[in-house]
Design a protein around this ligand. Structure first.
Ligand code: PGA
Length: 268
């Protein structure tokens, strides 16, 4: 397939890291609507669009099997992602889904510790750390979400909050695993609010995360970890956020539910 050769996924020449653009659909779209969205996105993208960043899609759990079959049967270049999982392997945990169940669906990325899960469902740093370990134990890659509230930011506590969340989540894990991690810096005040952080905010979040990783594991690990920015990303803001120092991709909520908007973000 010589025609596709030029469109292999390329790492960012500046950093050597592979970019990752993820669509977090949250609790939206049943499996039929999900299939339509993925098909539409697939038709919007051209070969060349896959060269810049890996694309992961994170539908609700009930849609995963349908989207897995669609991606695999049509050989779409999308990685399957989940939004959450429980940390125990199996047992009496009504309503929960385990990491091994996700792995069986060829899920590649699992979002862990999203601020909505921390806030609405009471996930603590300890729970987040256990989930991270569970995802790794099934050879999947966690996308660990960290971010400060507006109040914490205004009190000047952004550094402490971000570094503390990173430390609490990873510190029990060996460096070779941590180096494969994706961390999404999602300032809570920018999620679903239309209030997007500036590229400088995104860069400074990425820098704080890597500073903490350097303290814990050294520069090699810190420079291997990929850092996404998330929070009200749109086709208009995507390009400058992707250019921000230390930012390796985007975690997109609302705009990923619109095939045209998400395709424009990918092309940014
Ligand atoms: P948003 O969500 O793009 O709708 O702000 C981002 C996220 O919560 O991951």
């Amino acid at each position: 397939m010589a025609a596709k050769k030029g469109h292999e996924l390329r790492p960012n020449p500046r950093t050597g890291r592979y970019r990752l653009i993820s669509g977090n659909w949250k609790m939206n779209l049943n499996h039929l609507e999900a299939i339509q969205l993925v098909q539409k996105l697939y038709f919007e993208l051209r070969d060349v669009d896959y060269g810049f960043a890996e694309i992961s899609l994170h539908p609700p759990a009930t849609d995963l099997r349908s989207i897995q079959l669609l991606i695999e049967s049509d050989r779409m270049r999308f990685s399957l992602g989940a939004q959450n999982c429980y940390y125990e392997a199996s047992g009496a945990y009504t309503g929960e889904v385990s990491a091994s169940m996700l792995a069986k669906l060829n899920v590649r990325y699992v979002i862990v510790g999203h601020s909505e899960r921390r806030r609405i469902f009471g996930e603590t740093d300890e729970v987040v750390a256990k989930k991270l370990a569970a995802v790794f134990s099934e050879q999947m890659t966690p996308i660990l979400c960290v971010g400060e509230t507006l109040e914490q930011r205004e009190e000047g506590r952004t550094d402490d909050v971000l570094m503390g969340q990173v430390r609490a989540a990873v510190s029990e894990l060996p460096g070779d695993l941590v180096s494969t991690l994706v961390i999404a810096y999602e300032p809570i005040w920018a999620i679903g609010t239309g209030r997007v952080a500036t590229p400088d905010d995104a860069a400074s979040g990425a820098q704080l995360i890597r500073e903490e990783l350097t303290t814990l594991y050294g520069e090699g690990v810190a420079n291997a970890v990929r850092v996404q920015y998330g929070g009200s990303v749109t086709p208009i803001t995507a390009a400058e956020l992707l250019e921000a120092e230390g930012v390796d991709g985007l975690l997109v909520g609302g705009a990923s539910l619109d095939a045209d908007a998400f395709a424009r973000i990918i092309r940014a």
